[in-house]
Write a protein that binds this ligand. Structure first.
Ligand SMILES: [Zn+2]
Ligand SMILES: [Zn+2]
Length: 363
């Protein structure tokens, strides 16, 4: 069928909305009429070609839509279901079978190369292939063919624009605290970098009962928002005595970094208590190294680790987040700003400049 899609044609250039051809869903896939899709940092990383997504490509990986057609072997979904699509995973490798789909052996194929396992794409234009399986969905379009493996049903009463970010950005921050770290009540947690992922980690820390919850950022507006969402302390990331201030709070059991800046990670490591964990969620420039003291790593029994999507299993964790949302524990409206489909470039620019925490396109 003919659809309209946002196409990325060259690195860092404005996106264009064009007609293209969407093929039929294959086994395990469905066709969706899209309602909304969030703009995530990874879309910008791909657009700038810091990740080598083959162009032309349709990005977008926080899609909410309604099922219009079913491929073969689709279980648990019907035509008419309203769904949210998370990241791609194969369901066949060791990590997929071990409750860790974020570390799928084929993750790069879906999330970076934007193609199916067999290398094909459901999208084309005048016979030319368009990368159309980004995060197993390519949701910046009126319609998408998406994999059901990490798809979750949405009730009709929840707003599309607030649910879309649960697919990636919000999931990453919330699950970092509640799944990857399993932070205990009363544990001391700091978050360096308060964008959509960091602020979601703060919401998660409040639910977990962490105390203190320390927000660190260089933007005063974001720190204010962090306080509204549950941060007990807000610190200026540019302060020359930042390390001292964090130590004065007794040190941290957990530091979650979303900045990806090696020096910030180094500070996070230094302020950990014995047996504390530094968890990185940020995308660093290629070749970045972590400046940590190996003596302190050994003698204090510290842990340094990364996490993709907060180690979430979307089919379990997204319904959990929807429950938190319904209980009023996730004021997502404080993060989200909506844009019309045609205003995709304005939405991207708002995310790049930091003017908006989480832009969401409405189709
Ligand atoms: Zn896999
Ligand atoms: Zn993302």
């Amino acid at each position: 069928m003919q659809i309209r899609a946002v196409i990325a044609r060259s690195a860092g250039q404005p996106l264009t909305i064009e007609s293209c051809d969407l093929g039929e869903p294959v086994a395990g896939e469905v066709r969706l009429k899209m309602e909304a899709c969030g703009v995530c940092h990874t879309d910008i990383v791909a657009l700038n070609q810091d990740w080598p997504v083959p162009l032309p490509a349709v990005l977008g990986h926080e899609g909410v839509g309604r099922i219009e057609a079913l491929g073969a072997d689709v279980a648990g979904f019907e035509i008419g279901d309203r769904v949210l699509v998370s990241f791609g995973s194969c369901g066949q490798c060791k990590n997929c079978n071990n409750h860790a789909p974020g570390y799928c052996d084929n993750a790069l194929l879906f999330q970076v190369m934007a193609q199916r396992l067999d290398g094909s794409s459901p999208l084309s234009q005048n016979g030319e292939k368009i990368s159309g399986h980004f995060f197993a969905q390519s949701s910046f379009a009126t319609h998408a063919v998406a994999a059901t493996r990490n798809m979750v049903k949405l009730p009709d009463h929840v707003p599309a624009e607030l649910m879309a970010p649960l697919a990636c950005g919000v999931q990453t921050g919330m699950a970092a605290v509640l799944v990857a770290l399993k932070a205990e009540r009363g544990s001391a947690l700091a978050i360096t970098g308060c964008g959509a992922v960091g602020l979601s980690a703060i919401m998660g820390a409040k639910i977990a009962g962490c105390d203190p919850v320390v927000a660190v950022d260089i933007n005063a507006g974001r720190l204010e928002l962090a306080r509204e969402l549950g941060a007990t302390h807000c610190l200026d990331g540019n302060a020359s005595d930042l390390k001292k201030q964090l130590r004065k709070l007794g040190g941290m059991d957990y530091v979650i970094d979303t900045s990806g800046i090696p020096d910030v990670l180094g500070t996070g490591f230094d302020v950990l208590r014995a047996r504390g964990t530094l968890l990185t969620l940020g995308v660093s420039p290629p070749g970045s190294q972590l400046p940590i003291d190996l003596g302190s790593l050994l003698m204090s029994g510290k842990t340094v680790r990364g996490s993709i999507e907060g180690d979430s299993v979307p089919k379990e964790f997204i319904p959990q987040m929807i429950t938190y949302f319904e209980q009023g524990l996730m004021p997502l409206d404080k993060l989200v700003e909506t844009y019309a489909f045609d205003d995709i470039n304005t939405a991207i620019n708002a995310a790049v400049s930091g003017a908006v925490i989480k832009p969401v396109l409405l189709m």
